[in-house]
Design a protein around this ligand. Structure first.
Ligand SMILES: [Mn+2]
Length: 319
């Protein structure tokens, strides 16, 4: 990996000159979004003079992340006026869910599709998680304590699917090592993260798995859950995280699609084994990474949305 030049001085000056700071992450946050935001929150709140708040626009947070230090401090509305914004894991400004007109933004992310909406953009697409970006940026400016290390490590564990994704390399283990040295406890985090599932998450998984269909000589797998499935199981969106990975894990599969019929549209998760999904995602107004992308389809129903994506995959000759 080539040497990356971080804007240490610019970031330091911005943070130091701000009276109050609002740390944001994307709507429907995952563990990388929340872990990166809380890690930065724990670092910055040690400065007693500065006011720091951590906010996410979604009401339904992934509750299994409640072991992260500061989780109970997450607000759903921005309370500070004219605060400096630190945006975490968010590819485009609209996915933050707030009107940020006129505010300075430090944009910390690793989505290749990031639209560079910040006053300072620290976007490194080769990094495995936004917490890896935040750690490499902030370790030069602050002493990373155990609370921050716990949040950053959890984010890294999640976005690498327990260190199994193609983004995992020596640098990722260097960061993990540094975070463990700083006080992150891998066994405690793994327990909290993987061994406290909700009943709804298993019930909805059962519904999703029973819907499995295969396409293009079993190279494309589709899972879906209807509004009725979601109601019957009591599942919230965070309960459905990771379901798409089951479809991808099938031996023949190159692309996996998981479709959720939600109130605001059909939410799509796409995953691949090394097939570049960025063209599919951008065709439907979504963004993401090469092998992981997501978007919401509002114009068509559940099955029609799936059919349109299958058609697009075929049209692009991806499998
Ligand atoms: Mn991420």
């Amino acid at each position: 990996m080539t040497t990356i030049l971080f804007p240490y001085e610019e970031v330091k000056t911005k943070i130091q000159s701000a009276e109050c700071i609002t740390i944001l992450s994307h709507l429907n946050p995952d563990a990388d979004a929340i872990g990166t935001a809380l890690g930065i929150y724990n670092l910055l709140k040690k400065d007693k003079i500065k006011r720091v708040e951590v906010v996410n626009g979604s009401k339904a947070l992934p509750l299994h992340l409640d072991f992260l230090p500061g989780f109970d401090k997450i607000k759903h509305q921005i309370e500070y006026e004219n605060s400096l914004i630190i945006s975490c894991d968010c590819g485009s400004i609209d996915r933050l869910g707030f009107d940020l007109d006129g505010r300075d933004i430090i944009n910390i992310d690793h989505h290749r599709s990031n639209t560079q909406y910040g006053s300072i953009n620290v976007v490194i697409a080769d990094y495995a998680s936004s917490s890896q970006v935040a750690f490499e940026l902030l370790k030069k400016l602050y002493i990373v304590d155990a609370d921050t290390a716990t949040c950053f490590y959890t984010a890294l564990l999640s976005d690498t699917r327990y260190f199994t994704t193609t983004s995992v390399n020596k640098e990722v283990f260097d960061v993990a090592y540094a975070l463990v040295e700083a006080g992150a406890k891998p066994d405690v985090i793994a327990y909290n993260f993987t061994q406290r599932r909700s009943l709804s998450s298993l019930r909805i998984l059962e519904k999703a798995l029973s819907s499995l269909t295969l396409h293009e000589e079993a190279k494309v797998a589709v899972l879906r859950v209807t509004k009725e499935d979601i109601e019957a199981t009591g599942a919230a969106v965070p309960d459905m995280e990771g379901i798409v990975d089951y479809a991808r894990s099938l031996v023949t599969v190159k692309i996996a699609l998981f479709a959720m019929e939600l109130d605001d549209g059909i939410r799509i998760s796409l995953r691949s084994k090394n097939v570049d999904l960025s063209q599919v995602a951008s065709a439907f107004g979504g963004g993401g990474h090469k092998v992981a992308a997501g978007f919401i389809m509002k114009e068509s129903g559940l099955q029609e949305s799936i059919d349109r994506i299958l058609e697009k995959i075929k049209e692009l000759g991806l499998v």
